[in-house]
Design a protein around this ligand. Structure first.
Ligand code: SAM
Length: 122
């Protein structure tokens, strides 16, 4: 196993090859250029590979009573809760799952990168 350290928005310059899986945990909502990080990681995943994102947003419904606390925690951690980064998984993958926990505070989305043929057909 190889560990590479660097800017996720430049990951395409750090590592090469077809990866089976990419996992972002509580990071896309923090990374300044998160769209570049997503696009570059996406390009590194082989067709049929899996992509997963766990990230956070402000709670909704009855849990929104905790929004001020959540807002403070997210702000202090440099999190942009408005991005809803898991939506990228819902948009780009197939065989997609999306779990919402803690009143919308935690989202976990996972899916498969379509093959080129399947992607054209969508
Ligand atoms: C909230 S922490 C999550 C850490 C870990 N993924 C986890 O789930 O426990 C956000 C992480 O994103 C990293 N980060 C922020 N901007 C980054 C970037 N441009 N490239 C790579 N990592 C970055 C921070 O260093 C920090 O470790």
């Amino acid at each position: 196993m190889t560990l590479s350290v660097g800017d996720a928005a430049q990951v395409g310059t750090l590592v090469h090859g077809d990866f089976d899986t990419v996992l972002f945990t509580y990071s896309l909502s923090v990374i300044a250029d998160w769209r570049a990080a997503w696009q570059q990681a996406w390009a590194l995943v082989r067709p049929g590979g899996r992509v997963a994102v766990a990230d956070t947003s402000l709670p909704i419904g009855p849990w929104s009573l905790l929004s001020p606390l959540a807002r403070l925690a997210l702000l202090s951690g440099g999190v942009d809760a408005s991005r809803q980064v898991w939506q990228q998984v819902l948009t780009d993958t197939e065989h997609t799952t999306h779990r919402v926990m803690t009143g919308g505070h935690v989202h976990v989305a996972a899916g498969t990168k379509p093959s080129t043929t399947a992607r054209v057909a969508r």
